[in-house]
Design a protein around this ligand. Sequence first.
Ligand code: AMP
Length: 184
Amino acid sequence: MKRLIFLGPPGAGKGTQAKILAEFLQIPHISTGDILRHAIQEKTDLGIQAQAYMDKGELVPDKLVEDMVEERLKKSDAKSGWILDGFPRKVTQAEFLAKLLENLGQGGEKVVNLDAPDETVVSRLLGRGRKDDTKEVIRRRLEVYRDDTAPLINYYSQREKLLTVNGNQSQEEVFTALQNIIAT
Ligand code: AMP
């Protein structure tokens, strides 16, 4: 049984690695960013509400993402494990998740902190070409990461859930490091 939360700055390779690892472990890859982008494409209420925040590099209000994650984790395929990518992004979301997992009887989660220096993440993001990957929005997303998300490193470290992987290496090397660390 594997329950993993991927943490790290935008551009650290979280999405790519989470996807590969989830396939390898045969568990769902749950990316809040992917779910939101899909909702925008489909023009659902959620998508319409989330779009303005995402376009600016701001976080979408907690309630929207929390409801989304709760609904997803209640699906039957999430019983055998999951990788959460992009959630939680704030201490309030982490507290929500802790309660939710307790209610669902889904404990024992570990947090993988995929770390990479600013130069690396900025050049990766600029090369990616997503709609919210313009210079100004990237700057804001990094700020939001530093202010709201980075405190989760401490939060999970204090709860002895944190595993750290150096994201500043090739995709293969990161994947090998991930496999080693989750086997421990
Ligand atoms: P990502 O694909 O994880 O980089 O997420 C893209 C955008 O979706 C972020 O910049 C936020 O606007 C929004 N988003 C994704 N996950 C969350 C979350 N847990 N809380 C708030 N906003 C989120």
